[in-house]
Design a protein around this ligand. Structure first.
Ligand SMILES: Nc1ncnc2c1ncn2[C@@H]1O[C@H](COP(=O)(O)OP(=O)(O)OP(=O)(O)O)[C@@H](O)[C@H]1O
Length: 688
């Protein structure tokens, strides 16, 4: 357990307030000294009069004390509750008291025994207020007594509360915890340090209380310890020197236990009387205070600390009448409260004076009698009741809401159900329609598609007499027909896809051939153009020669006419020579013309041959396309292909995949033919 937690619940101030405490105690109305302190006095008194239970523990010598060889000066007799000076020291300290009696005295380290004998009764006294103090000088063993390690008093006290709750099955409980610090007369909320201005209030019902103070509802011991840790952390954060501060501040950790008999809350209907006055259930409040009082032993070290110590002295007096702590603890120290004080002392001679002061304080406080009364409250502020009432009210509200809404909900629900039903029926109808439409469509498609695979088998049968694919005579048959049709459609789709890919490859091939044909056509056109040009040139040449011939002929004829005249005039010889030359020239030209004509003829023949070649090349390609239809390695029979072609050309317009394929084939073939026709036409045009 964190030492800070231990401190928070075990640290109690030094013996210095004792003198004042005894003075104050004797003057209080609620806390009155008993005449004879004796062992177990509390249990010997009347049942409603309880002493403050005082336990004294003399711790064993610690390692330092032993190493120094310090002498132990105190003796303990647990059987009679006596703490006394060793006989060797009675003379030395003769001015001091030499023996004291308490409810319980201990030495050693048994925290369990100490709790059982010294504290449990106070903690378990439900219906009242219990306050546990630890008191002693520094290093006397307060932390050890309170710590978790053994475990100490604090965890055992918390466990005891929960044990009690567990055992009391006929009751219901609500636990809330708070943690506050009083430093320089200012109250701080350690569970909510940001809260300012915490004030002490008092009213007849609740007595003295601090507000606004955060109270955390807890349900396990672990949660309680967690809140203690949280509070300690806040205490640390608010101090630059925690040790110093802790010796000057008081802390009060408070557990409020609300309890009521199960089912004791009046029913909702009877909570209001006929006069309209609200009735309350009886809720018992138990309060357990775990107090860490400021120490004062360190304050004597300087003037300032003395001043501080004086303040603490003033605060440390029971009942702290004029201080905040006094007021806060007023309820817990008044008549119906139980107080357990654990005083710790060192065994060492060196601490003799401090130990004497502690023992004196313990003696005086032992004389205080508190009047224990059952703290039954009729308190609307009790959380348990508030929660119960809230739960009841919420239940009632829920009931009312249920009642008023039930009919509406019912009609809403039935309306919704009807709407759902109608919607469902509509959907069913739609589904049926879709199903029928699908079936019709499947039938239709099946008829169309089946033609491909069953053509060969049913080719000779008229469509009307073809065998049905499935038996439609039973509903089971319809389902299987449906399945069959679907599988057939699937198969057709596969075929269609294959055909499509085949068409694609064919298209590619045709494109390639078209490219080749185009190139060949261009080449042929070029050579034809060249030949044409040459023919034109020859024609021109021929034409010129003919003209020349004609002119020569005219000249010859003229000359022949002149020769006749010349013979008469003596020029016949020279005339016949010119004639002979002209004749030769004409002959030569005739030969040239003949040659040219031969050449033209030969060229025309070449052109004609080229046209024929191109034409044949186109046709043979087309034939190849038609005869080498292959689908994924499956050669398609020519008759099948032609059947498909025929089917396609019949043009049923159904839009099925196969028809498209066939159309595609025909289109391609048509394109090729058209190309060749255009080619041929252009060639002929050129030639012509
Ligand atoms: N009953 C005991 N049995 C064994 N050891 C003890 C006992 N009481 C105290 N001690 C040891 O003595 C030393 C001082 O005790 P502790 O820290 O509890 O004193 P304290 O009163 O809390 O001191 P402070 O006021 O300075 O915090 C510790 O080492 C502790 O373990």
């Amino acid at each position: 357990m964190d030492s800070s937690i231990k401190r928070s619940l075990t640290r109690i101030g030094s013996p210095q307030p004792l003198r004042a405490a005894s003075d104050t105690l004797s003057t209080t109305n609620t806390l009155t000294p008993t005449p004879e302190p004796s062992k177990n006095q509390s249990s010997n008194t009347a049942s409603n009069r309880q002493n403050v239970r005082v336990t004294v523990r003399v711790r064993p010598p610690n390692a330092v004390e032993m190493s120094r060889g310090e002498t132990e000066i105190w003796e303990v007799d647990s059987a009679i509750g006596k703490v006394s000076l060793q006989p060797d020291f009675t003379e030395r300290y003769r001015k001091q008291m030499s023996e004291y009696y308490y409810d319980e005295v201990f030495t050693g380290s048994d925290n369990k025994l100490l709790f059982e004998r010294g504290v449990r009764e106070t903690v378990s006294f439900f219906g009242n207020k219990g306050t546990v103090f630890a008191y002693g000088q520094t290093s006397s063993g307060k932390t050890f007594t309170g710590s978790e390690s053994q475990p100490g008093v604090i965890p055992q006290a918390v466990d005891a509360v929960f044990e009690y709750i567990k055992e009391n099955k006929e009751k219901e409980f609500l636990l809330r915890v708070s943690y506050m610090e009083i430093y320089n007369e200012t109250v701080r909320d350690l569970l909510c340090p940001e809260t300012d201005d915490l004030r002490i209030h008092e009213d007849k019902r609740r007595g003295v209380y601090v507000s606004p103070l955060k109270e955390v509802v807890v349900s396990t011991p672990k949660q309680v310890m967690k809140e203690i840790l949280k509070g300690e952390a806040n205490r640390h954060m608010s101090s630059t020197d925690w040790n110093e501060r802790s010796s000057r501040s008081h802390t009060v950790f408070q557990m409020v236990v609300e309890s009521t008999a199960k089912g004791s809350l009046p029913p909702r209907s009877s909570r209001f009387s006929t006069l309209g006055q609200k009735q309350s259930a009886s809720v018992s409040l138990s309060v357990l205070n775990l107090i860490d009082l400021a120490g004062s032993e360190k304050a004597a070290s300087s003037a300032d600390r003395r001043k501080e110590g004086a303040f603490i002295n003033k605060s440390g007096h029971i009942p702290y009448r004029d201080s905040k702590l006094t007021r806060i603890l007023q309820n817990s120290l008044s008549g119906n409260a139980r107080v357990a004080v654990i005083c710790t002392i060192s065994p060492s001679v060196i601490n003799h004076e401090e130990s004497q002061n502690t023992l004196k304080f313990a003696s005086r406080i032992k004389k205080v009698v508190t009047r224990a009364q059952t703290n039954a409250v009729m308190d609307d502020k009790a959380l348990l009741q508030k929660y119960r009432i809230e739960i009841e009210e919420l239940k009632a509200k829920l009931e009312r809401t249920n009642e008023t809404n039930n009919k509406e909900k019912e009609s809403e629900l039935s309306q919704m159900l009807q709407q759902e039903k109608a919607k469902h029926e509509e959907e069913m109808m739609e589904a049926q329609l879709v199903r029928t439409a699908l079936k019709e469509r499947i039938d239709h498609l099946t008829k169309l598609i089946l033609t491909n695979s069953s053509f060969s088998a049913n080719a000779q049968q008229p469509t009307a007499t073809r065998k049905p694919v499935v038996d439609h005579t039973s509903s089971g048959g319809q389902v299987s027909e449906f399945v069959q049709l679907e599988s057939q459609i699937e198969a057709k789709n596969v075929t269609i896809n294959l055909l499509k890919s085949d068409v694609e490859s064919k298209n590619q091939m045709i494109n390639k051939l078209t490219e080749q044909l185009k190139a060949a056509n261009e080449k042929a056109e070029k050579s034809i153009r060249e030949l044409n040009n040459r023919l034109k040139a020859k024609d021109e040449e021929l034409k010129n020669l003919r003209n020349e011939n004609r002119e020569l002929k005219t000249v010859i004829e003229e000359q022949l006419g002149n020769e006749d005249d010349g013979n008469a005039n003596g020029h016949s010889r020279s005339g016949s020579r010119e004639y002979g030359e002209l004749s030769k020239t004409i002959q030569r030209q005739r030969n040239i013309i003949n040659g040219l004509e031969e050449e033209i003829k030969a060229n025309k023949l070449i052109i004609s041959n080229q046209k024929e070649m191109l034409h044949r090349a186109g046709l043979s390609q087309l034939q190849n396309n038609a005869s080498t239809n292959r689908v994924n390695g499956r050669r398609m029979e020519n008759d099948e292909y032609s059947t498909l072609t025929k089917e396609n050309t019949r043009g049923n317009g159904s839009g099925n995949g196969k028809s498209l394929v066939l159309k595609n084939h025909c289109l391609i073939a048509d394109e090729v033919i058209l190309i060749f026709l255009l080619l041929a036409f252009s060639i002929f045009k050129i030639v012509d």
